[in-house]
Write a protein that binds this ligand. Structure first.
Ligand code: M6R
Length: 367
């Protein structure tokens, strides 16, 4: 059942080229230059005319939602807010019938997310569900939606469901942007061509980084803290990297936008602090270079995720993980892969139960 892998989590990490492809299949039709999504198409007017899109989720799905915000605002130019379901449901939020709510949930059973969309629906919002489990409560309650076709995710730590959520959110943002005229045909074609390349790039990154990440993970078994930093689209990827590490290895980790470092976390940096920094060429690279200089001046241990052939960040970093270049908006998908592997191996070396970490449940059906 684990397909020869030691844990479901590792199997699911390696399934990602396929799960992303499965999520794109039948939807991304590059040769015809279209994205086919019945859930969006049937309600295009309602969604594109929304005064606001509110994304509601918990945990990893909330991180996907943050990237969804960047994607939708960038390509469709519709204002987006991202809310933790547990906060939203208890704070008397302002919701109108001009709002569209996107609920993201792997299981489709998360109690807080379910309660939040019920509240939003009562106030007249249109609910769009992005779930992985077919016929789950959230998918049934939604007015429309799209399934992520990641296949069953058994490991408590979400991996392939997360990248499938990013895939769906990319498709939605691009489709909305195309139909509301914010994306030119040329821009749309460039982006969908690149999205089509993502499964292959994910496969490449799995092959090229696996052994190296496995090896370097040994150096961190005794770490007590980690920082994860990224900017732009990769800021939520940093949050997700930190969540993966803490939930399965029990090492305290925090994700931050790299520029926020100087507003507090920089005080933590010394030679004992490993700092994972996501620094692809496209996306605030020069700014990241200065962040790495600031970290090195304080002797932090830098684990840099960079593109092939990178020089500036690599020359300063203690560990260099190379990933293929892609558009900035899709880079969180590719950059997340080595971070998943690193969390996995550190946890394995610490003897932790990776598939069923202590105190955690796969789907949180109580609040
Ligand atoms: O099933 P859902 O996507 O609604 O679950 C939300 C969170 O409980 C979930 O992402 C959790 O944070 C995972 N353990 C993360 O790996």
């Amino acid at each position: 059942e684990k397909g020869g892998y030691e844990h479901f989590m590792l199997k699911e990490i390696f399934e990602q080229p396929k799960s992303i492809q499965d999520t794109l299949r039948g939807r991304l039709l590059v040769n015809e230059g279209i994205i086919k999504m019945a859930g969006i198409w049937d309600h295009l007017e309602r969604i594109n005319k929304a005064e606001r899109i509110i994304i509601i989720a918990c945990g990893t799905s909330w991180h996907a939602g943050l990237i969804g915000e960047y994607l939708i605002e960038e390509f469709a130019r519709i204002p987006v807010e991202v809310e933790y379901a547990s906060e939203f449901r208890y704070r008397n939020p302002i919701i109108t019938n001009k709002d569209v709510v996107i609920a993201i949930s792997q299981s489709g059973e998360t109690a807080d997310t379910m309660a939040a969309i019920k509240l939003a629906k009562e106030k007249g919002a249109f609910i769009y569900g992005i779930c992985n489990v077919v016929d789950s409560s959230i998918s049934r309650y939604s007015d429309a939606g799209s399934y992520t076709h990641a296949g069953p995710e058994i490991g408590v730590a979400s991996t392939k469901a997360f990248t499938a959520q990013l895939t769906i959110l990319s498709l939605i943002a691009l489709k909305l942007g195309k139909h509301n005229g914010n994306l030119s045909n040329a821009e749309f074609m460039n982006l969908i061509t690149e999205l089509d390349n993502i499964p292959k790039k994910v496969e490449d990154v799995l092959n090229s980084t696996h052994e190296y990440v496995k090896k370097i993970s040994k150096d961190f078994v005794s770490a007590t803290n980690f920082l994860y930093l990224g900017r732009g689209f990769n800021f939520p990827a940093a949050l997700e990297g930190a969540l993966k590490l803490k939930e399965i290895s029990y090492i305290h980790a925090e994700g931050y936008p790299a520029a926020e470092m100087k507003h507090g976390p920089i005080a933590l940096i010394d030679e004992n602090m490993p700092i994972v920094i996501i620094a692809p060429k496209k996306g605030h690279y020069d700014k990241i270079v200065s962040n790495v200089q600031e970290i090195k001046a304080r002797k932090g241990k830098v684990i840099a995720v960079v593109n092939y052939g990178d020089e500036q960040v690599s020359s300063m970093a203690d560990y260099v993980i190379e990933i293929p270049e892609t558009s900035e908006c899709f880079s969180p998908i590719v950059a997340s892969i080595p971070l998943q592997l690193m969390a996995y191996y550190i946890a394995v070396y610490r003897g932790a139960n990776v598939d069923q970490p202590r105190n955690l449940a796969k789907s949180v059906t109580v609040e």
